[in-house]
Design a binder for this molecule. Structure first.
Ligand SMILES: *[C@@H]1O[C@H](CO)[C@@H](O)[C@H](O)[C@H]1NC(C)=O
Ligand SMILES: *[C@@H]1O[C@H](CO)[C@@H](O)[C@H](O)[C@H]1NC(C)=O
Ligand SMILES: *[C@@H]1O[C@H](CO)[C@@H](O)[C@H](O)[C@H]1NC(C)=O
Ligand SMILES: *[C@@H]1O[C@H](CO)[C@@H](O)[C@H](O)[C@H]1NC(C)=O
Ligand SMILES: *[C@@H]1O[C@H](CO)[C@@H](O)[C@H](O)[C@H]1NC(C)=O
Ligand SMILES: *[C@@H]1O[C@H](CO)[C@@H](O)[C@H](O)[C@H]1NC(C)=O
Ligand SMILES: *[C@@H]1O[C@H](CO)[C@@H](O)[C@H](O)[C@H]1NC(C)=O
Ligand SMILES: *[C@@H]1O[C@H](CO)[C@@H](O)[C@H](O)[C@H]1NC(C)=O
Length: 506
């Protein structure tokens, strides 16, 4: 049956495929953001590969604007293509009643009408789903209406054979044949004797006591990803696009793991996620009207998306290399606008909030997330950034009209909330980050300024100088012209300005 659908739809495409492609994907699905580090600054791939199948959900029985459930039809369209496909959702209002799952797909895109008139209207929420997989929907970690994920990944490793130091581009490994240019790797420390004590993070940041990480996280992977530029089999060496951010001593037993999530090159464009306008419940009693989630994905995107009445808009978890552009939040306002956990190298450009209530956190960057860029934040309220916990580090925040900060779930066992080595660049007129008015009890604003974060602006105000003067580990730089032609290189340089400088002492 499914096969018949598939054949029929294939025939339909042959007739009208090109006319059905929204104009905006004729070129690229997302803009070229290589200058900001996306895909390690490689030139941007054209996702409209001529080989990609074009699949129209209406050929699978989805009918917009009739109030009848379209979930099965859209899921069937998604399932019909293992990879290399664009699922087209023509303009209209589609009724969705449970989660749409895009699992283990590669080169896979869901594209609405570029007019912005494709809507997923849903009554689905994490609580009603009564599905153990949707645990934690109240916090937005599960229960998304559209969910991209890997159910597995290739965990292929090699060990380092020659000590490397911060700034190096070359790693010598025992098993070089596992690696190819373009692949991503992560570096983990496997030394169970804890020569890196108490954790590699603590080592980086010159913290001698394990006051910030739970015991179980002592040897936590730092979530640092790099991308391979070239491989020399003779020399058993791989060369990276970006310099190492720490020394790697052999006694630490560093393991170089090729990261190969089965969710790769996936994304969604021109789609509105709409829920009904229910009264917002008390904090963390959300039912989980959650929009879009990515877990275990690499090289993924979202473009021109609107979240109307969501509890949580976009959630990222253990993912690498993401790009989100032109993301809108309307309706009542929920808990998290975006929530980024255990991720590296993700770019958000254009987060626009125009809601009835202020989100509890507009942008949460949490749990060891590093090398994220959050830029062009606009809100009808002060834009709220949440450092949350577990040491997000080396992130860049830039181009906000106003900015507030909170350290929610903030207990110090769970890690400092802005950690260190973040760069704040262009924070609005006052240049001062103030505690969110939603968290007036938040005591940490001063310590936040002291965590070796770097503030860059044209000229600092007196208000800022007074705050910054309270701590000795704050770094300021006045840059007369903030229009830097190569944002990527510049911010990399800046974000590693304070970082690791203490290594020579160890
Ligand atoms: C979409 O349809 C639902 C009913 O199925 C309706 O409540 C909702 O307002 C519609 N949205 C728009 C934008 O028309
Ligand atoms: C995805 O696209 C890339 C680049 O074109 C290609 O190398 C890869 O084989 C594709 N993956 C699949 C599963 O088709
Ligand atoms: C090298 O890779 C091969 C093939 O995957 C594997 O069998 C072998 O154990 C690896 N060697 C080391 C030292 O990791
Ligand atoms: C690898 O290194 C060897 C030895 O230095 C060199 O002769 C060879 O050209 C290199 N190969 C590549 C592909 O760069
Ligand atoms: C947002 O959702 C509500 C409730 O479904 C709907 O009434 C409203 O029209 C939507 N807003 C927009 C701009 O589509
Ligand atoms: C729905 O949205 C409007 C503003 O768009 C708001 O005034 C109203 O209180 C909301 N809630 C309900 C339950 O209608
Ligand atoms: C700032 O730098 C940019 C990029 O180099 C340049 O185009 C622009 O003219 C400069 N503006 C000023 C006021 O110097
Ligand atoms: C590292 O920490 C020690 C002990 O707290 C301190 O004395 C030293 O100055 C720190 N080094 C750097 C470079 O921050």
């Amino acid at each position: 049956m499914l096969m018949q659908f598939y054949l029929i739809s294939l025939l339909c495409f042959l007739r009208s495929a090109l006319s059905q492609i929204p104009n905006a994907i004729q070129n690229n699905v997302v803009d070229d953001f290589s200058y900001a580090g996306y895909k390690s600054a490689l030139s941007y791939p054209n996702y409209l590969n001529s080989d990609w199948k074009l699949i129209n959900v209406q050929n699978f029985g989805a009918v917009p604007n009739d109030g009848i459930d379209d979930t099965a039809a859209i899921q069937a369209a998604i399932n019909s293509a293992p990879s290399d496909a664009i699922i087209m959702i023509p303009a209209g209002n589609y009724t969705i009643t449970t989660q749409l799952l895009v699992e283990n797909k590669q080169n896979f895109s869901i594209v609405g009408d570029s007019s912005g008139k494709t809507i997923f209207y849903s009554s689905f929420n994490g609580e009603d789903a009564k599905d153990p997989r949707f645990d934690n929907y109240q916090y937005g970690l599960a229960g998304h209406l559209l969910y991209f994920r890997s159910d597995n990944w290739l965990d292929d490793s090699a060990t380092l054979t020659v000590q490397a130091k911060k700034g190096d581009f070359v790693l010598t490994v025992n098993n070089v044949s596992k690696f190819q240019p373009g692949q991503a790797i992560s570096i983990r420390i496997s030394d169970l004797n804890q020569n890196v004590s108490p954790s590699i993070w603590a080592y980086f940041h010159n913290v001698t006591q394990n006051i910030w990480m739970g015991q179980t996280q002592k040897l936590m992977n730092e979530n640092m990803y790099y991308r391979i530029k070239s491989v020399n089999a003779t020399k058993k060496q791989i060369t990276l696009y970006e310099p190492l951010r720490t020394n790697l001593y052999l006694s630490w037993q560093p393991v170089i793991t090729r990261v190969m999530y089965y969710c790769q090159n996936v994304g969604v464009s021109f789609l509105t996620f709409q829920f009904s306008n229910l009264t917002r419940p008390g904090h963390i009693f959300y039912k989980g009207y959650n929009g879009l989630g990515y877990r275990g994905c690499q090289d993924f995107w979202g473009k021109s998306l609107t979240f109307n009445n969501t509890d949580h808009g976009i959630m990222l978890y253990t993912s690498y290399g993401g790009l989100f552009k032109d993301i809108n939040f309307i309706g009542r306002g929920g808990h998290h606008g975006i929530d980024v956990n255990f991720c590296s190298s993700v770019v958000f450009h254009g987060l626009y909030f125009n809601t009835v209530l202020q989100h509890i956190h507009d942008a949460t960057v949490s749990d060891l997330t590093n090398y994220a860029i959050i830029s062009n934040g606009r809100s009808n309220f002060p834009f709220g950034i949440d450092g949350h916990r577990k040491i997000p580090y080396q992130n860049l925040y830039t181009d906000f009209t106003s900015i507030t900060w909170d350290a929610s779930s903030g207990n110090w066992e769970d890690g400092p909330h802005f950690a260190r080595d973040n760069v704040f660049w262009g924070l609005g007129d006052s240049q001062v980050i103030v505690p969110s008015s939603l968290w007036p009890e938040n005591p940490d604003i001063e310590s936040f300024y002291c965590y070796q974060n770097k503030f860059i602006t044209k000229q600092f105000t007196q208000e800022y100088k007074t705050l910054a003067a309270k701590c000795k580990n704050v770094y300021n730089e006045e840059v007369p012209n903030l229009s830097i032609p190569n944002l990527y290189l510049y911010q990399l340089q800046q974000r590693c300005f304070p970082c690791f400088r203490q290594l020579s002492l160890w």
